[in-house]
Design a protein around this ligand. Structure first.
Ligand SMILES: [Mn+2]
Length: 319
């Protein structure tokens, strides 16, 4: 059921023992939103943990993310830990891994900005017009008259900045900028955040350069794609930022990155300037936004490449 922001705030205030989670493969918004709301709830004296079923990129060490965020530990006897509230951020329930097997919450609250959210949680606050879940968290804290400490400001600003490509993507609104300005006044340091978030090991920069060399331009240059089979994918420890490099190619509408995950499983990321790629992602049980979405294909490399290219071609024609 969809609820108002006020109702979401009331659910948070009523609960004492709270677990916050976000999607696997966590990004700056998942991590920043989680930590921002955690610091606030801790300041009210509640018992709060952030539990995410994945590794936390070391880029977020400046938020102490790697120390604070725990991985779920499923009990051997299958018993679940009783908690008051599970807060699921930046995704629906389907992408939180083993968190749902670990905790037995009295209530579940889902806050998200993905238009593809399945609305499966009993209480969902969804605002697909928000640039980031962090933007919703900012609004929520202002609604609750929360005092925004420097720690909270740093975390929320990180989510806002990463989901908007540092305030450059089309999801950036006047509200986003006002929220960011307010967060700067609360102590967020944009230089520290951008340096930390964008830092890459040297080997990755070289690996990215090699991957970019394999870029294929299709449909008169309107589609740019990188297709990484197992050997190519294994040379890269992360493909973070690779798709954004494609987005910058003049004349492109759609950028696609196909990457081997395990045998028979390929991860697809898509970005666009015009075409609605969230529909393409949804057709393969993925999700995202109109201009940034992703999905997983379970098939061989050649078939996965053909499948996603056909779907994108169709979407580009109809858009
Ligand atoms: Mn987000």
């Amino acid at each position: 059921m969809r609820i108002s922001l006020k109702q979401a705030g009331a659910l948070l205030q009523e609960a004492q023992n709270i677990v916050i989670t976000a999607h696997v493969n966590p990004d700056g918004d998942a991590i920043g939103s989680s930590l921002g709301v955690m610091h606030y709830l801790c300041s009210l004296g509640k018992r709060v943990r952030v539990v995410i079923d994945d590794d936390i990129p070391s880029n977020f060490a400046f938020l102490n993310a790697c120390d604070i965020i725990e991985k779920p530990k499923v009990a051997e006897n299958g018993n679940k830990e009783q908690i008051d509230l599970l807060l699921i951020l930046d995704t629906s329930m389907d992408r939180v891994g083993k968190v749902t097997e670990t905790f037995s919450p009295t209530r579940i609250l889902n806050i998200d900005h993905h238009v593809t959210n399945a609305l499966a949680c009993p209480a969902v606050y969804l605002d697909a017009d928000s640039a980031a879940t962090a933007e919703i968290i900012y609004q929520l804290l202002r609604e609750l008259n929360a005092e925004i400490s420097k720690k909270i400001a740093m975390a929320i600003y990180t989510g806002l900045a990463t989901d908007t490509g540092f305030f450059r993507f089309s999801n950036t609104t006047p509200f986003t900028m006002r929220a960011a300005a307010d967060l700067l006044e609360c102590g967020a340091e944009p230089g520290i955040i951008s340096e930390a978030v964008e830092a890459k090991p040297f080997a990755r920069v070289v690996g990215m350069a090699k991957a970019i060399e394999t870029t294929e331009l299709l449909h008169d240059g309107r589609l740019a794609g990188i297709f990484l089979d197992r050997p190519a994918a294994e040379l890269l420890d992360s493909t973070e930022g690779l798709i954004d490099a494609l987005r910058a190619i003049e004349g492109t509408d759609v950028s696609v990155l196909l990457k081997w995950k395990e045998d028979g499983v390929f991860r697809i990321s898509m970005r666009s300037k015009k075409t609605d790629v969230s529909k393409v992602a949804a057709a393969f049980s993925g999700g995202g936004h109109e201009k940034a979405a992703g999905c997983t294909l379970r098939m061989g490399f050649a078939e996965a490449k053909r499948t996603i290219l056909e779907a994108l071609e169709k979407a580009m024609k109809s858009g």
